[in-house]
Ligand binder design. Structure first.
Ligand SMILES: Cc1cc2nc3c(=O)[nH]c(=O)nc-3n(C[C@H](O)[C@H](O)[C@H](O)COP(=O)(O)OP(=O)(O)OC[C@H]3O[C@@H](n4cnc5c(N)ncnc54)[C@H](O)[C@@H]3O)c2cc1C
Length: 304
């Protein structure tokens, strides 16, 4: 596929710095591994997003959406077609007890803004390194809270460029599972309904959660956070720890010695190393405890 003609169409709508050919995606994801995107576009407005989608569709390009890249593993062969990075759509605003957040805004920033306005409900998200769109796509959660607890409605774009508003009641949101995983909607915005509360109390809660996260998670290494979902009746980290997998390495990927639920890119891991280690952990836990581990992390792209 020749991308130069598509590039020439895109520059009519977007700044050249927001259109990249053969873009190394390791620079855009938290695991710091994976191949290149054929075409990586970062729209600065809804109109630019619409134009990129239209051009991609006219050229039959497969579409991939990336938020902050904190819950994905990009395979070593990279991503064909059009990859849209949402990271430049970052508006946040408050209206009474409602917080409106564009998809590319960091959920951590949304949680800080809520604190500034004395609004409670997003404290659980104060250390989740994702975008609002990625957090909604995943129904991200921590320490007893999750996005579905505070979401009121979502605004999405279809791949034809139409904008729709969907109320929470019309979305299926459960533990790390959402309607969005079975749709091709691009999440544009989330509206959260929060509760007025004392900022001192909100801040104290956030401080406790930050301390818990920093003391337990290997934040000094690139990773995608918890690799596996919590299997019913168990904790993935405990099963992995009890399977004596901590410290096991394949290439540059290692099962974290600090938190068994994390796999860290300790020394220039390839995506293949990382994925092979995930498979090894799953088969070891299955043979030791007869428990199936499902991945929380999303794998995108092609093998090399
Ligand atoms: C150190 C660390 C700690 C973490 N802690 C937690 C935690 O406590 N709780 C938790 O739930 N998660 C945690 N995570 C995982 C991750 O931060 C969350 O899943 C986050 O919500 C992902 O958001 P993102 O923007 O990075 O999504 P990405 O990784 O960019 O994408 C994830 C998926 O969402 C899709 N997507 C992203 N944006 C959009 C959009 N606008 N429209 C449509 N689809 C979209 C992507 O296509 C992909 O399929 C952690 C990760 C790390 C690295």
């Amino acid at each position: 596929m020749k991308y130069e003609p598509i590039y020439n169409e895109l520059i009519k709508y977007m700044k050249t710095e927001n259109i990249r050919l053969s873009e190394p995606l390791r620079d855009h994801v938290y695991t710091k591994l994976g191949g290149k995107a054929d075409l990586f576009v970062t729209p600065e407005s809804i109109e630019e997003l619409q134009a990129a989608l239209e051009i991609g569709k006219a050229h039959d390009l497969p579409l991939t959406v990336l938020g902050s890249g904190s819950n994905v593993i990009i395979k070593d062969g990279g991503i064909r077609g059009l990859t849209i990075g949402m990271g430049k759509l970052t508006n946040l605003s408050i209206e009474g007890e409602r917080l409106h957040a564009q998809a590319g805004a960091a959920i951590i920033e949304a949680s800080r803004l809520a604190l500034d306005f004395g609004l409670s409900g997003l404290e659980f998200a104060c250390g989740i390194p994702g975008s609002v769109g990625g957090a909604l796509f995943m129904n991200a959660g921590a320490y007893g809270g999750q996005i579905s607890d505070v979401l009121e409605r979502a605004t999405v774009m279809t791949q034809s460029g139409d904008v729709l508003m969907i109320d929470k009641g019309d979305l299926e949101l459960s533990y790390r599972k959402t309607t969005f995983m079975d749709s091709d909607y691009i999440i544009l915005e989330a509206e959260f309904k929060l509760d007025t509360a004392d900022p001192v109390v909100i801040k104290a809660k956030m401080d406790v959660l930050t301390e818990a996260r920093e003391s337990k998670q290997p934040l000094e290494y690139p990773s995608c956070g918890s690799v596996f979902k919590r299997p019913p009746g168990h904790f993935a980290g405990k099963l992995i720890q009890d399977s004596k997998m901590q410290g096991v390495r394949i290439g540059g990927a290692e099962v974290s010695k600090k938190h068994a639920g994390f796999i860290v890119n300790i020394d220039n891991s390839t995506s293949k190393d990382y994925l092979d280690l995930i498979d090894l952990v799953r088969t070891t836990v299955k043979s030791t405890f007869d428990v199936d581990l499902d991945t929380e992390v999303i794998v995108l792209g092609e093998d090399e």
